[in-house]
Design a protein around this ligand. Structure first.
Ligand SMILES: Nc1ncnc2c1ncn2[C@@H]1O[C@H](COP(=O)(O)OP(=O)(O)OP(=O)(O)O)[C@@H](O)[C@H]1O
Ligand SMILES: [Mg+2]
Length: 266
């Protein structure tokens, strides 16, 4: 299967951000003093209430936005722009309506910033990614003929086709119904394990974080900071372990409650 982590020392960080701060022009700081690292193949959930700065932090970590202070290193090198060795998935699948599933998944693989790949490698990557998300047989369909869940599968396949070392995902399943969301959460864990990719998953869904993450990082306060962290050593799939998940859920809820009581420093 596609190997993402080649070239990364196992003990090294995929992503290593230190002392990050960010403020939108003319506004109070969105977050400050954020230090966050992601290991190769690790799934980290960044959890926090609406407006605490999760999406802004994700954009800074992905190289889409420069921080006001601090450094981001990706695969050991300073990050100044989005890396072709990372991929992004958002709440909306953002497919190109005039391209079918195959062309949407392959879209961008040939862009100048991307590593050069042979034609057959391109075709193989697209085919493998489509099969992995369960869309074999739907290659010729256009986005208008896809359900929301299928469209998000295409978006995930498009990310996998890049064989990313790190997948940035910003609430990728929050627009889906509960049943489809649960399927997609299971699928995400399965495919990133097979692709050897790390994941930074932004979510405000505690259950989603508990079901998919190796580590949960709670963001809160104003300006936003990392206020708590939990390492989950529960095996996958996790739905069966209701006692452990119930206890963790209560702990996270208590921490969320506490961080909302943190007085504003801005
Ligand atoms: N382009 C922008 N210009 C100015 N302020 C912004 C911009 N984007 C976001 N903000 C503000 O920055 C803060 C953090 O927003 P952000 O979208 O990062 O939060 P979030 O945690 O992702 O929220 P949600 O869970 O609702 O997606 C909010 O107060 C928001 O209003
Ligand atoms: Mg957001």
């Amino acid at each position: 299967m596609a190997g993402g982590a080649a070239g990364v020392a196992p003990q090294g960080w995929a992503l290593d951000a230190r002392g990050l701060a960010f403020a939108y022009p003319g506004a109070a700081p969105t977050f400050s003093d954020i230090t966050l690292a992601v290991r190769p193949r690790e799934i980290v959930a960044l959890l926090g209430g609406s407006g605490c700065g999760k999406s802004t932090l994700l954009r800074v970590l992905a190289g889409l936005q420069a921080p006001s202070a601090g450094d981001v290193r990706f695969l050991g090198a300073p990050l100044t722009e989005p890396s072709p060795r990372s991929a992004l998935v958002f709440q909306q699948a953002s497919l190109l309506p005039w391209l079918n599933v195959t062309a949407n998944v392959g879209f961008g693989l040939d862009f100048a910033r991307q590593p050069k790949i042979a034609r057959d490698t391109h075709a193989r990557r697209v085919r493998d990614a489509i099969a992995a998300v369960g869309l074999a047989g739907s290659e010729k369909r256009y986005p208008a003929a896809l359900s929301g869940g299928m469209a998000q599968r295409v978006a995930l396949a498009r990310a996998l086709a890049r064989e990313p070392e790190l997948l940035f995902a910003d609430e990728p399943f929050s627009a889906l119904d509960a049943i489809t969301r649960a399927e997609m959460q299971t699928l995400l864990v399965d495919v990133v394990h097979r692709w050897h990719s790390a994941v930074l998953l932004v979510t405000h869904d505690i259950d989603e974080a508990m079901l998919v993450a190796d580590r949960i990082v709670l963001m809160g306060g104003r300006p936003g900071r990392i206020v708590r962290e939990w390492t989950l050593d529960l095996p996958q799939p996790r739905l069966a372990d209701t006692a452990a998940l119930g206890a963790l859920r209560l702990d996270i809820l208590a921490a969320l409650h506490d961080q909302r009581a943190i007085p504003s420093s801005s």
